[in-house]
Design a protein. Structure first.
Length: 190
């Protein structure tokens, strides 16, 4: 009898982690802190990890599994919001949901496509991985802003926009360093 080692596909755990972080981000977005007299949400510290987990899924398990993770996490965010609105007895605000959801979906798909391109066509240079993170943040906030344009207070928008991008870009430096240490996995199905 020959015993062959089977690789255990545990991508479901990372998809669950991604969904949990997306729900947590949605939950803490009402908690704010002040930096340079500008109010910002605590959720800005979670968004880089969401992109990092998606990139990890892409690298270890493939593009299709990453897309499945994005879709599952988006659906879990919708279900969480619907459940919370029902639980606390408030009206469902589709306009508030649409900006974050559409921004999340578009930026995640752009991030994943560029990251997959980097994986297959380059040796994923550190600087390109960092730039991919930063570009994904820009796409997220651009789509989010376009959808919520009627709600933006223009006094501190640009200051907070660049501060958030700077904080997340600094976080991305560390995440891209960790990314370089991850070995490409079983995701050869794409």
């Amino acid at each position: 009898m020959s015993k062959t080692k089977q690789k255990y596909n545990d991508c479901w755990m990372y998809i669950l982690l991604l969904s949990t972080l997306v729900i947590l981000t949605e939950s803490v977005k009402t908690f704010n802190f002040s930096l340079f007299k500008v109010e910002m949400t605590v959720a800005i510290f979670l968004i880089p990890f969401i992109f990092a987990i998606t990139n990890y899924i892409t690298k270890k398990y493939g593009f299709r599994r990453a897309l499945n993770g994005i879709i599952i996490s988006a659906v879990s965010m919708i279900l969480f919001i619907v459940l919370m609105c029902f639980a606390i007895g408030t009206e469902m605000n589709f306009s508030a949901l649409s900006g974050g959801l559409i921004g999340y979906l578009i930026s995640q798909i752009v991030n994943t496509m560029i990251y997959k391109f980097l994986l297959t066509n380059t040796n994923s240079p550190y600087i390109l991985v960092v730039l991919n993170y930063v570009f994904a943040y820009i796409v997220f906030y651009m789509v989010y802003t376009i959808i919520h344009l009627d709600m933006i207070i223009l006094d501190t928008f640009w200051i907070s926009y660049f501060i958030v991008l700077a904080i997340q870009s600094i976080m991305s430096l560390a995440l891209a360093f960790i990314d370089k240490k991850i070995v490409v996995g079983i995701g050869k199905d794409d």
